[in-house]
Design a protein around this ligand. Structure first.
Ligand SMILES: [Zn+2]
Length: 396
């Protein structure tokens, strides 16, 4: 018994002859006669045969072309006519699924259409069509998966005409879960309402955005909200720099001082620290604010705390916030109080929206390389294929 068909990946075929020239030509025919596709009767007559030509995978650097004698059958019981159906090749297609998959994965791996035209002798348009069809199939498969355990949510700019889009990131697997147009509750409502497996979500990481918080409370009521560390620290710094402007407008314009003030205390060298202390001693009110801010930042950068330590730190934070209420930073104190629970959750976990911001960077590059997108669906397809999965289709 010949195993040639099995080696080709099309076990139903019986190989008759192989020619090896510039390309490998394999002549084959089906091994077995099928039963009738309508009534299941096993006695069918071959009415005629015709030749099907398929491109099949490459062996080494040579392309395999299959010439298959394909029969048309006639069922003698029910009178139905039908053509032979091959596993691994779709009706009317001129390439096997294995070949299409090979082209898809090669193109996804970065080989250009121009090069594929020479190695696989298919046109750029065909490559593009196959690539898109696989991407679409894969993404529609993914649309029913349940929500991730740790969800990152953030907005990013899409286009001037259509405005902002919301990114949902699976922070456990570090993959984009989905992108949706709009950043308001109203524009996301119908999508979020239909989302399957929302109970899976245990943590939602977000920046200090009121809209996303209300979305999370409404659609993921059992999930805990975690504030994004970077955004909280940035907020503190912004409030501090604004307060500085009020105390000493002249000093606030000094570039050197700004750079000293912006950095964390523990990143300053001894000289620079001394310089800063000299300046702060001239403005005693500012010095106190600076100390409070350093203390606050130290607290905010904590992570992976166990419950008793978090409780201990919470009482320190509450005292600090109470002190801030008496200073020009009272607005900051108000915001921190309103986001107290997400900030405490930030201590308990080590998740942040860093990967989400990283994906935004990547998306911006994609958009830039395509000279912008007009159609959001096309943009979403592109984002999902590059950031949503690993580009490998699992064969079953
Ligand atoms: Zn029949």
């Amino acid at each position: 018994m010949s195993h040639a068909g099995l080696i080709l990946g099309l076990p139903e075929l019986e190989v008759e002859r192989v020619d090896r020239n510039d390309v490998i030509s394999v002549y084959a025919r089906p091994k077995h006669r099928p039963c009738c596709i309508r009534c299941g009767h096993d006695h069918v007559r071959i009415k005629a045969t015709y030749q099907r030509t398929w491109k099949h995978t490459r062996q080494g650097n040579q392309l395999i072309t299959l010439y298959v004698r394909s029969p048309k059958y006639h069922c003698q019981r029910c009178g139905r006519y039908f053509r032979h159906r091959f596993k691994g090749v779709r009706p009317r297609y001129r390439a096997s699924e294995a070949f299409r998959l090979e082209v898809f994965e090669t193109h996804d791996g970065g080989v250009t259409q121009a090069k594929l035209r020479r190695t696989h002798t298919i046109s750029a348009a065909t490559t593009e069509r196959w690539y898109q069809s696989y991407c679409r199939a894969r993404i529609s498969e993914m649309s029913n998966r349940p929500c991730p355990k740790v969800l990152g949510i953030d907005e990013h700019f899409f286009s001037r005409k259509k405005g902002y889009a919301t990114t949902l990131v699976d922070l456990h697997r570090n993959k984009v879960f989905d992108v949706r147009l709009g950043r308001s509750e109203a524009s996301l409502h119908s999508y979020l309402r239909r989302l399957p497996g929302k109970d899976n979500v245990k943590l939602i990481v977000m920046d200090l955005s009121e809209t996303y918080r209300s979305i999370a409370r409404q659609h993921f009521p059992q999930a805990k909200i975690v504030a994004d560390r970077f955004h909280v620290v940035r907020l503190v710094n912004q409030h501090f720099l604004n307060a500085w402007k009020v105390v000493d407008p002249e000093g606030r314009k000094n570039q050197g001082l700004i750079s000293l003030m912006r950095r964390h205390e523990w990143h300053l060298s001894t000289d620079k620290h001394a310089n800063l202390q000299r300046y702060l001693s001239e403005h005693p009110g500012l010095g106190a604010l600076y100390q409070a801010r350093q203390k606050l930042n130290r607290l905010l950068l904590l992570k992976n705390l166990r419950k008793p330590r978090a409780q201990q730190k919470l009482s320190i934070l509450l005292k600090l916030i109470e002190q801030l209420r008496q200073t020009p930073l009272r607005k900051l104190a108000k915001t921190l109080t309103s986001w107290l629970e997400p900030i405490v959750m930030m201590w308990r976990s080590n998740k942040s929206n860093g990967p989400t911001e990283g994906f935004h960077n990547k998306m911006e590059m994609m958009s830039r390389r395509a000279y912008g997108f007009r159609n959001f669906e096309n943009y979403r397809l592109r984002v999902m294929t590059h950031c949503g999965w690993d580009g490998i289709i699992n064969r079953v």
